[in-house]
Design a protein around this ligand. Structure first.
Ligand code: SF4
Length: 130
């Protein structure tokens, strides 16, 4: 848990867990990381305005939100998007109707997919039916 929190705070979510089955970067981790960073930022700015009586902090707060919350979230989403594209090209799941690219999961098994972990091991692969 502490490791995950540190990963979120330090923006190093583009790796996989040691088990190879769970991606470290998903849409859920991007949202969670953004909320944690925003909460820490709000509490910090609240403390600064209260203790130091620095009440003209809104412009600074706005800049900090962009730099600490929105930009990292955008960067993480870009990395997530790149990793899903790479996964689509390198695994059979990319051409399977059960692959949910928005969450990088198999909807049939409700499990994350990585290059090292294909939940069905190819048995339940089905092509898209248009
Ligand atoms: S059914 Fe199998 S091939 Fe299809 S997405 Fe799930 S794990 Fe991948």
């Amino acid at each position: 848990m502490l490791d995950t929190l540190m990963d979120i705070l330090l923006f190093r979510l583009h790796k996989q867990h040691a088990d190879g089955k769970t991606p470290r970067l998903t849409t859920g981790t991007v949202v969670l990381g953004g909320l944690i960073r925003l909460s820490i930022l709000v509490l910090t700015m609240w403390w600064i305005s209260d203790v130091w009586e620095f009440h003209q902090f809104w412009p600074l707060f706005s800049i900090m939100v962009v730099m600490i919350v929105f930009y990292p979230a955008y960067r993480e989403l870009s990395m997530f998007s790149d990793s899903v594209e790479s996964l689509k090209e390198s695994t059979m799941c990319g051409s399977c109707m059960h692959f949910e690219s928005s969450a990088q999961i198999c909807s049939k098994y409700d499990e994350h997919i990585t290059e090292d972990h294909i939940p069905c091991e190819g048995i339940d692969w089905e092509p898209y039916s248009h």
